[in-house]
Design a protein around this ligand. Structure first.
Ligand SMILES: NC(=O)c1ccc[n+]([C@@H]2O[C@H](COP(=O)([O-])OP(=O)(O)OC[C@H]3O[C@@H](n4cnc5c(N)ncnc54)[C@H](OP(=O)(O)O)[C@@H]3O)[C@@H](O)[C@H]2O)c1
Length: 333
């Protein structure tokens, strides 16, 4: 009989609910324990998603030796300390994106994973989606020739509520780390590390970046033009442009239901990827696959890839003046 993995969740907000819903679709997974800052909230969540145990504080869940994996779904500013607490208790971690606020924190988390010989992966769920696998396959087959350009955007209009973490500088709010990370990650995945990084941001009254514009260029001359926003809905599309055609990831590009290949002669082929659940099943399945092999990192979303991603985000922040005073040594000049 195959092993059933006992999952835990820390931080029972919006994404924790979506993730818990998707976990139900995986026969190898069961939601075993959840932890909130509030006992009552933990009990309600546990009841809704059939978790066995509910903890009213984060420190207690990690003492449970029956847990195999904890999914961390707290605001960005807590990812580092929450992850380190789990790893030091030898519990594998799937931590929400961005893995942390900056590369200093991410390096500490990776070292902690290595020292404890315990699995750590950033929950960059889009990496594992069938749509991304398909795009990578098309690019490998050279369907659009050599990539020249990428344009991608992710903007939405978030409620301007003082309780909303997106507008709270102390919780790592702002558009870049929340949604800009998706176009930046796509660029990294298909074009590799950029050698030129230009960026500008509009900083709002609560000191977070409300919108950000980014240009990246690598040593092969491939250029990405990217946008993020939490004050305006953008098209949420991505277009990969080669010297022999284009691949359009239709809205919303992070989980597209249509991909179009537009060839040089004008012909269009469409592909309709299908997803199991909301799409969080794939990252969860990857974690369990890695744990079965005894790996402490995923080959697809490796520690190095997470480090590269946060290093690019750090540089974008330095260029555009996005600064988290409680966390950073990245104060703009
Ligand atoms: N993969 C995705 O598609 C996706 C989508 C959205 C968000 N995310 C990521 O997931 C993380 C959480 O996002 P979310 O939208 O779920 O946020 P959210 O709804 O605000 O939930 C965050 C949870 O963190 C806990 N928390 C701990 N300290 C907190 C504090 N000081 N202030 C507020 N909450 C605190 C709370 O849980 P308790 O009250 O139970 O302790 C809260 O419910 C973020 O890092 C975000 O980037 C990922």
């Amino acid at each position: 009989m195959s092993k059933i993995f006992n999952w835990g969740i820390i931080g029972l907000g919006k994404i924790a609910e979506s993730f818990a819903d998707d976990l139900k679709l995986l026969p190898e997974a069961r939601l075993f324990a959840v932890a909130s800052r509030s006992q009552q909230k933990a009990e309600l969540f546990a009841k809704k998603f059939n978790a066995v145990l509910a903890y009213g504080c984060y420190e207690n869940i990690v003492k449970n030796k029956d847990l195999d994996i904890i999914y961390i779904a707290t605001p960005h500013s807590l990812h580092c300390e929450n992850t380190i607490m789990c790893l030091n208790n030898k519990i594998a971690v799937l931590c929400e994106k961005p893995l942390a606020i900056n590369s200093t924190e991410v390096k500490r988390m990776i070292s902690c994973s290595e020292e404890n010989n315990t699995f750590l992966m950033e929950a960059l769920w889009t990496r594992f989606l069938p749509s991304v696998e398909k795009v990578l396959e098309l690019l490998k087959k050279n369907v659009i020739g050599n990539i020249q350009l990428l344009r991608a955007d992710f903007g939405f209009k978030a409620p301007k509520d003082k309780n909303n973490r997106l507008f709270n500088i102390n919780l790592g709010g702002g558009s870049l780390l929340d949604v800009g990370i998706y176009p930046v990650f796509l660029s990294l995945l298909i074009m590799g590390m950029p050698s030129v990084i230009e960026a500008t941001a509009t900083i709002g009254p609560t000191e977070v970046d409300e919108s950000c514009g980014i240009t990246l260029k690598n040593n092969n001359g491939q250029i990405a033009s990217l946008f993020s926003s939490i004050v305006a809905r953008t098209g949420i599309e991505a277009e990969i442009i080669g010297d022999n055609g284009r691949i359009l990831l239709h809205s919303e590009f992070y989980r597209p239901t249509i991909l179009s290949i537009i060839r040089q002669d004008g012909s269009i082929e469409t592909i309709e990827p299908h997803y199991i659940g909301k799409g969080f099943t794939y990252e969860a399945a990857e974690v369990m696959h890695c744990l079965k092999k005894g790996s402490i990192e995923s080959k697809k979303m490796s520690h190095d890839l997470s480090l590269q991603l946060i290093e690019v985000l750090d540089k974008i922040r330095q260029k555009s003046g996005i600064y988290y005073p409680n966390h950073d040594n990245l104060k703009p000049a």
